[in-house]
Design a protein around this ligand. Structure first.
Ligand code: C2E
Ligand code: CA
Ligand code: CA
Length: 642
């Protein structure tokens, strides 16, 4: 930079470099505003960097332009614009430092000295530039238009900033994903190379150009990268590509999947320290491993088997780390790992495969995949496609959905006059399927509501039949999933089926479990109130299995509280638990709720429950779930009771 003394300054300047910069900045802006970019704080900093780069290029062009047009030796305007030009370039460097500090999430005690030093350099350069120019000791022009470089503060300032930037990038390189860092180093090397070549050729047209390369680098590496720059993970689409690519080339892959349910919600982010460690183990323990992020809470690491022959060792190190982390934070995890199976890779079903394994896993379990998982997965897929077909068909009497039921014993009358409807599926080629195998699947995929409608239809059909035959039917309850309540038409759908069956609304009850969140609770309350008004009864299902919020329960107009089998078991384990169950039950019955005990298996259970304020009893002691058509065996006819 700066001309050689005694030479006509504009001789070695051409505006091509600066015009290229201005044009490139426009292209960057067009790209930014026409593609998806995260609007983070660093993004706004980035926009400023681009703006200063354009201003610098623009002032450089103007400066040379007026300078070459002056013939009377009055160069004040030239000096002013030259100082401005330097100001813009150094503002750019200062912003670059701020930007890096932001990306690296430097702590206050590291950030403040960095900012003080950089601002100090910035202010001293600008001041020195102005003072040396005014005092005539710096850059100046002779009457004939030749330039004298004088005291060249630009070079020292530039080197000082480069030193700060390199220091940050080396000292805190671990804060950002390794390959993103490499990208930055690469673009900086290109920038230095350009400056070096320009100096070697006595040129001055490419100074601003050299500033442009890191700016382009940032756009790609940070703002439109497929990587999460802290974790170093790529998204799921890329995972599918990788699995497919390697399957076609017969390359054997290993995978390691980590799922932390606690973070499985919108906006949740893994703790910083955990991200740091994941980034570390993915790049340092494995050769050529790639990390994919399926969701906020789910990451999958994929590596080639051939380049990681000692992978079991590596996985053990990761597992050790995880259990250490568990002791520290107490988050639950599910780990699934092993080799990729062709059956799964072939159809690109990797993520759903892992999810299907999660379904059968307890918290903090580590699962090595085996061929039986593939079979289980294929079974799930088959069930899922059948449910999808049932959903599409919307036939409320679909023969594949079976209504089973369990009679409920009424202590007061000593009779069976209510029952719970329970769903089963009968799928060709598989046989009878129990709820644990399909209810979660149906819920995850949004098919559950149609299944409920079918069970309700079949239950109503049976109630109508029993009533017509003169049986005493108090009511039959149907299970509804909390997620269903969110369906816009829930209330109408339920009411329509009951009405069209021509049975009184109070012959049907809905069983529902507690809501987990405040928003679910509000939806639940509204829906329950709407249907209650029409006469439909409500049961609180599985009381005692979760964290109950008494205040919320009391706010909902339930008719019956169903005590889960776990409470029946607990009451038999020790005196304190027995007292607790007993007092909860007596509290509910004191408040006009009826208490129903589930899972009564023998006489001992029965006796205990009767002593603990029971109104209803349900369990294997009375009957296993039976096809709903057999229910009449348990119910009595009206005339018999007269
Ligand atoms: P749930 O609502 O708690 O249903 C009671 C479960 O306990 C039934 O299992 C029943 O067979 C079982 N059970 C009954 N008596 C005893 C006993 O004495 N001892 C023991 N250990 N278990 C007993 P099932 O039929 O496998 O249903 C499991 C779960 O699936 C149900 O739990 C319910 O949450 C869900 N489910 C069943 N049918 C439907 C449905 O139509 N819709 C929805 N959304 N969920 C359903
Ligand atoms: Ca139930
Ligand atoms: Ca239950």
């Amino acid at each position: 930079m700066g001309g050689v003394a005694g030479q006509l300054y504009f001789d070695n300047y051409s505006p091509v470099g600066d015009i290229t910069v201005i044009a490139t900045c426009f292209v960057i802006l067009i790209l930014i505003f026409t593609s998806y970019v995260n609007k983070t704080r660093s993004f706004y900093l980035y926009l400023n960097i681009v703006a200063y780069l354009m201003l610098a290029a623009f002032s450089d062009v103007i400066y040379h332009h007026i300078y070459s047009g002056i013939t009377d030796g009055k160069y004040t305007a030239v000096y002013v614009i030259r100082c401005l030009y330097h100001g813009f370039l150094f503002s750019n460097l200062l912003l670059y430092v701020v930007y890096i500090v932001e990306l690296q999430h430097l702590e206050r005690e590291k950030k403040i000295p960095t900012m003080i030093i950089s601002s100090g350099i910035y202010i001293s350069i600008i001041l020195t530039d102005i003072i040396t120019t005014v005092s005539g000791t710096g850059f100046r022009l002779n009457k004939d238009g030749t330039a004298i470089t004088g005291y060249n503060i630009f070079l020292y300032g530039y080197l000082a900033f480069v030193a700060v930037i390199i220091f940050l990038m080396v000292a805190y390189r671990d804060r950002v994903y390794k390959y993103v860092m490499y990208g930055f180093y690469g673009t900086m090397i290109v920038a230095f190379l350009i400056l070096f070549l320009q100096g070697k050729h006595g040129q001055s047209s490419f100074t601003v150009v050299s500033f442009m390369f890191p700016t382009i680098g940032m756009l790609y590496l940070v703002h439109s990268t497929p990587y999460d720059i802290e974790l170093g993970a790529i998204n799921v689409a890329a995972l599918k590509d990788m699995v497919e690519y390697n399957y076609r080339r017969k390359v054997e892959l290993l995978f390691f999947s980590l799922y932390i349910p606690e973070y499985d919600s919108e906006g949740a982010v893994l703790p910083k320290t955990l991200q740091d460690s994941i980034r570390k183990f993915s790049t340092e323990y494995f050769h050529n491993a790639v990390l994919f992020q399926v969701s906020n809470a789910h990451i999958i690491l994929i590596a080639k088997k051939k380049t990681n022959p000692d992978y079991e060792n590596k996985i053990n190190r990761i597992l050790n780390y995880l259990s250490g982390e568990y002791d520290k934070y107490g988050f639950d995890y599910k780990v699934v790992m092993g080799e990729c199976f062709d059956e799964i890779s072939k159809n690109n079903e990797f993520v759903s495969f892992i999810k299907s394994i999660h379904r059968n896993m307890e918290a903090n379990e580590i699962h090595m995949v085996g061929y039986e998982d593939v079979e289980q997965f294929e079974r799930y897929e088959k069930i899922l496609s059948e449910i999808a077909d049932i959903y599409k068909g919307k036939n409320l009497r679909d023969p594949r959905v079976l209504a089973y039921c369990q009679p409920v014993y009424n202590i007061k009358t000593g009779k069976y006059d209510t029952a719970e409807a329970l769903m089963r599926l009968k799928i060709p080629g598989i046989g009878l399927i129990f709820p644990d195998q399909f209810i979660p699947l149906a819920e995850e995929n949004g098919y559950i509501h149609v299944l409920t409608e079918i069970i309700l239809q079949k239950t109503c059909d049976e109630i109508r039949y029993l009533l017509k035959e003169g049986y005493e039917v108090n009511r039959i309850s149907v299970n509804v999933a909390v997620s269903e309540l969110k369906e816009e038409s829930f209330t109408q759908d339920i009411h329509k089926i009951i009405c069209e069956s021509g049975i009184p609304e109070e012959k049907v009850a809905i069983e529902i479990t507690e809501s987990q969140t405040e928003s679910d609770f509000i939806i639940m309350k509204n829906k329950i109130e709407e249907l209650k008004e029409k006469g439909i009864k409500f049961y609180l299902d599985d009381f005692g299995t979760g964290y109950s919020n008494m205040e919320r329960i009391m706010e909902l107009p339930f008719d019956i509280i169903k005590f889960d089998r776990s409470l029946v078991l607990a009451s038999g384990s020790d005196l304190r638990s027995e007292k607790m169950v007993e007092s909860m039950a007596s509290m509910f019955s004191g408040l006009d709720y009826s208490v129903l005990y589930e899972g009564v298996e023998n006489e001992e259970d029965e006796k205990k429950c009767i002593d603990m304020s029971a109104s209803y009893l349900q369990g294997y002691k009375y009957s296993k779930p039976i096809p709903i058509m057999e229910l009449k065996r348990f119910f009595s006819k009206v005339e018999e009771s007269v």
